[in-house]
Design a protein around this ligand. Structure first.
Ligand SMILES: CSC[C@@H](O)[C@@H](O)C(=O)COP(=O)(O)O
Length: 359
């Protein structure tokens, strides 16, 4: 494998050091200027890291939550396993509430609690070992899923295509290749030329700070644009498809992703460009009937006013509306790329078919 691609696709955005029993993440708020690890020890530090987007991206938050639950479990001082489980449930509730939109966070907390429950009759050391194995499973499973999603995504593209992407759904947001950006890294690995247009993604600039950073470092042909330039790039005929990640997919195919995604999809419809969302099946919430039921995180208006400029960009008393995600209507969506294959409309049927073996 090309060394530049290996460095990007094998980045340890979340690292559990078993020898020292310490959990580290790369603090994504410092990128692209500094690649620095920080340690997460307490539930307060973990919640702060998720809320402040030091660790972010739906699958990465889920992976991190798995290791967080294990680390928290190790610190529980309880006389019996029933009391241990009750305390772990409380930690899980606190952690799971750190951000509301990405379903992967609560999904991973639930997986860890289920694993604990299944081992309540074991002694504590065995129970903890089972929890560690579960956290590693969630992580390794995501690596396999991202690789499969990237393969399916790449099958939709041909050499020379231009693709527009929004936010960051690359290795930093997931594991290994990523979801929405995975096909670009796979293409580069295979010598297939894909020209990527990365929206800067206001207000927190995940596209500028993270996507263009990852793709440029891997040697992908990436061009950074402001969000309001997407229409022109599409009109010029430079974009043959839009690939974006997702934070939650409802049972009818409506999906939440970074604020601005629905605008990209509406533009793409105007220009007749297909739109795909790429994500693991853990991002599909079959208990959520449609986009109206997806909770949308509202963040502090200071993120709009202050950013990283030396001086504020707006008067402090100016009112701000700062939703972190929006919902794209399933009617604007061409397909949903998962590790199990590509789902096409009607999504109520194609998504349900993915889970029918589990019933
Ligand atoms: C593979 S990551 C998919 C999504 O989580 C991603 O596109 C996104 O919207 C991330 O938002 P963020 O607020 O940076 O966590």
């Amino acid at each position: 494998m090309n060394e530049a691609i290996r460095q990007v696709t094998h980045v340890q955005n979340i690292r559990y050091d078993k020898a020292t029993e310490r959990l580290y993440i790369i603090d994504q708020t410092l990128l692209p200027n500094e690649e620095k690890e920080i340690e997460l020890r307490t539930v307060e530090e973990m919640i702060e890291a998720i809320k402040m987007l030091r660790i972010r991206g739906a699958p990465a938050i889920g992976i991190c939550a798995g290791y967080c639950m294990y680390a928290l479990a190790r610190d529980i001082d309880a006389k019996d396993n029933e009391a241990f489980y009750r305390k772990l449930q409380i930690d899980g509730e606190l952690l799971g509430a750190a951000r509301p939109t990405a379903v992967n966070l609560r999904w991973a907390v639930g997986e860890m609690l289920d694993a604990a429950k299944a081992h309540l009759k074991d002694d504590r050391a065995e129970l903890l070992e089972a929890l560690y194995r579960k956290a590693v499973d969630i992580h390794e499973d995501d690596i396999a899923k991202c690789t499969a999603i990237s393969e399916y995504g790449l099958s939709l593209l041909k050499d020379g295509d231009g693709v527009l992407t929004h936010c960051n759904a690359g290795p930093l947001a997931t594991s290994r290749y990523g979801t929405g950006q995975g096909p670009f890294l796979l293409a580069a690995e295979r010598g297939i030329h894909i020209r990527v247009f990365a929206d800067e993604t206001r207000p927190l600039l995940q596209g500028a700070r993270l996507t263009s950073y990852e793709l440029q470092r891997a040697g992908v042909d990436v061009t950074l644009i402001c969000d309001n330039m997407a229409s022109m790039v599409m009109k010029n005929g430079w974009v043959q498809a839009c690939f974006v990640g997702c934070d939650r997919i409802a049972a009818n195919g409506d999906f939440a992703n970074k604020i601005g995604t629905s605008g990209v999809a509406i533009l793409a419809k105007h220009y007749g460009i297909p739109v795909y969302t790429l994500g693991p099946t853990s991002t599909i919430d079959m208990n959520c009937p449609d986009g109206a039921h997806i909770p949308i995180e509202l963040r502090d208006g200071d993120e709009i006013k202050n950013l990283w400029y030396e001086k504020p960009m707006a008067l402090p008393e100016v009112k701000c509306f700062n939703p972190s995600f929006d919902v794209t209507d399933h009617e604007l969506l061409t397909g949903i790329v998962t590790e199990k294959g590509i789902c096409y409309p009607p999504f109520t049927e194609s998504l349900a078919a993915l889970f029918k073996d589990k019933k």
